[in-house]
Write a protein that binds this ligand. Structure first.
Ligand SMILES: [Mn+2]
Length: 317
């Protein structure tokens, strides 16, 4: 693909994380080295770590870009329309009308409804690693440092990493001239006071349900249900169920299941919990095996009661 003489948008997925934002930043540098201009953007929001990264490294970006101004859109860290957030509708229409070309750079599985072709390799630990594999020979110190950030973020500090990932990381860290502690400084969770209070309240309210094959923690909180459900797993629960209320009055349920438990029991939150729940109480469900959400009109107490009934059948024998 020829990049010259084009208006290029480097688009991260919505709620862009460090891997997405670092990847777009690497690509901007890469194009810049060839005297090609580009603009980094995200649909609606970038997370706190990505924002901190952008501020410290003085990397400009826009939110909610005008897609019609571009004739080439490069996607970073996603290939699914779902991840376009509020841009989804306009993106779909403009793409159909051939207003721009799309190239995806991603390390997630290629979706059935994948947005576009490009460079998608689910064996890469992060999108930054994928970019290094493509063009790394010419990466500057700074670009190598950004590769390291994406890798450490997306592997959960190397909890899941192939030998190849370690090799690329090591090469990049050496070339970056920085230390591992410099990488970790950017990875640090920046948790707001409101979020920390929510964690503590939810922990305080949590109830234990002990089944033969699983320890379940349930709780209720007004905000951050998803983050709270993730956090509560750290106490040793196999499954967490956290309810709350949406602004529109609907009930929301965020669920998480721990990885080793999932594998041992061949357990999938969508298939074994949320889809059966939806059959009983209605509503909408979405997510994957380890993190999923339900939204609907049934009240919290009823939703939790039905969830436990479903899980008892599956995990109590
Ligand atoms: Mn990623």
């Amino acid at each position: 693909m020829e990049f010259k003489e084009k208006n290029i948008l480097l688009l991260c997925h919505d709620h862009a994380d460090l891997d997405a934002f670092c990847s777009a930043s690497i690509f901007k540098e890469f194009l810049g080295s060839k005297k090609i201009k580009s603009v980094i953007a995200a649909p609606m929001h970038i997370n706190d770590q990505a924002l901190n990264f952008a501020c410290v490294n003085k990397i400009p970006f826009t939110l909610n870009p005008h897609l019609e101004e571009y004739d080439l859109i490069c996607l970073f860290d996603f290939n699914d329309y779902e991840q376009l957030g509020p841009l989804r509708k306009s993106f779909t229409v403009l793409q159909k009308n051939g207003c721009f070309n799309v190239i995806a750079y991603d390390h997630h599985e290629k979706e059935k409804r994948s947005i576009g072709s490009g460079f998608i390799d689910a064996n890469a630990a992060s999108t930054t690693e994928l970019l290094y594999a493509l063009e790394g020979k010419n990466f500057s110190k700074k670009m190598c440092f950004f590769v390291c950030l994406g890798i450490v973020e997306d592997t959960g500090k190397f909890l899941v990493a192939s030998k190849n990932t370690f090799e690329i990381f090591s090469k990049c860290l050496i070339k970056s001239g920085k230390n591992y502690s410099d990488v970790l400084e950017f990875i640090k969770m920046r948790v707001s006071k409101g979020e920390r209070i929510a964690f503590l309240k939810a922990a305080n309210r949590s109830k234990i349900v002990e089944l033969k094959k699983a320890l379940i923690l349930t709780s209720n909180i007004s905000f951050y249900q998803g983050d709270v459900a993730t956090k509560l797993l750290e106490f040793g629960a196999n499954i967490t169920l956290v309810t709350g209320n949406e602004k529109d009055g609907r009930t929301v349920l965020s669920t998480r299941a721990e990885t080793s438990f999932k594998e041992e029991n061949n357990f999938n939150l969508m298939k074994h919990l949320l889809v059966p729940l939806q059959k009983i109480v209605g509503g909408e469900v979405g997510g994957h095996s380890g993190a999923a959400q339900w939204k609907g009109n049934a009240n919290s107490a009823l939703v939790l009661k039905e969830c436990i009934k479903i899980l008892e059948k599956k995990l109590n024998n």
